[in-house]
Design a protein around this ligand. Structure first.
Ligand code: ATP
Ligand SMILES: Cc1cn([C@H]2C[C@H](O)[C@@H](COP(=O)(O)O)O2)c(=O)[nH]c1=O
Length: 210
């Protein structure tokens, strides 16, 4: 498949959304029409509806496997409706979260098994794998403190225990070790301008190499 598929991963509050919006703005200023920015869960009408269902703090009854399946369903719709067509049109797709999130949050955080969650997602993705993943790393305590300090609405996942968030981060660190050719870590305890600059360098280098 043509195009370039770049994903952004990290624990809650690492700063992915902040970094990705700054980068999208820079590409917009440069009048780049070949860049598509999207997010998971969400990015289209159906996937945003699934997002609302998953993240609604009222849905305390949601079974952990139901949650994993809903993330995969949202992903499938985004791939078919948005990601694959954009890659086929030779675009650079910048996606806030992808399968690594499910492996970290559902596999490790919810403890339903990292490999089981990865395998289940293969059905949804038919093997679609990012060319590059920027892993924005932050200790769980720091990420959660950022969310508490700045965010008005804490969603169902943000509200999980510290030990849940620590399992998520540990899984991300394992994934980064397991896939060193795909996953590049950026230290998000640095000032936000530095995180943006380092991430932009990774993206532009990947764009030059394609
Ligand atoms: N490097 C940084 N240093 C200090 N604060 C930061 C940094 N990056 C982001 N923040 C702040 O932390 C908060 C969370 O950032 P952001 O929403 O971008 O995180 P996120 O990774 O997208 O989180 P989530 O996955 O939970 O949506 C925001 O208020 C943002 O301004
Ligand atoms: C894709 C995906 C996401 N999650 C979690 C991670 C976050 O807590 C929320 C998404 O919210 P964000 O503020 O847009 O990052 O959902 C998950 O548990 N599993 C996934 O596959």
């Amino acid at each position: 498949m043509a195009g370039l598929f770049i994903t952004f991963e990290g624990p809650d509050g690492a700063g992915k959304t902040t970094v990705l919006s700054a980068i999208a703005e820079q590409f917009k200023t440069a009048k780049r029409t070949d860049i598509l920015v999207t997010r998971e869960p969400g990015g289209n009408q159906i996937s945003e509806a699934i997002r609302n269902l998953i993240l609604d703090p009222k849905n305390t009854q949601m079974d952990v496997r139901t949650e994993a399946l809903l993330y995969a369903a949202s992903r499938r719709q985004l791939i078919q409706e948005t990601i694959r067509p954009a890659l086929a049109a030779n675009k650079v797709v910048l996606c806030d979260r992808f399968v690594d999130s499910s492996v970290a949050y559902q596999g490790a955080g919810r403890q339903i098994g990292e490999d089981a969650v990865f395998q289940m997602n293969q059905f949804a993705t038919e093997g679609l794998t990012p060319d590059l993943t920027v892993y924005v790393d932050v200790p769980s305590e720091v990420g959660l403190a950022r969310i508490k300090a700045h965010r008005a609405n804490v969603d169902r996942l943000d509200a999980e225990t510290l030990s849940f968030h620590k399992r998520v981060r540990a899984a991300y660190l394992r994934l980064a070790k397991q896939f060193p050719d795909r996953i590049v870590t950026v230290d998000a305890t640095q000032p936000v301008a530095t995180v943006i600059e380092q991430t932009m360098t990774l993206i532009t280098n990947a764009m030059k190499q394609r």
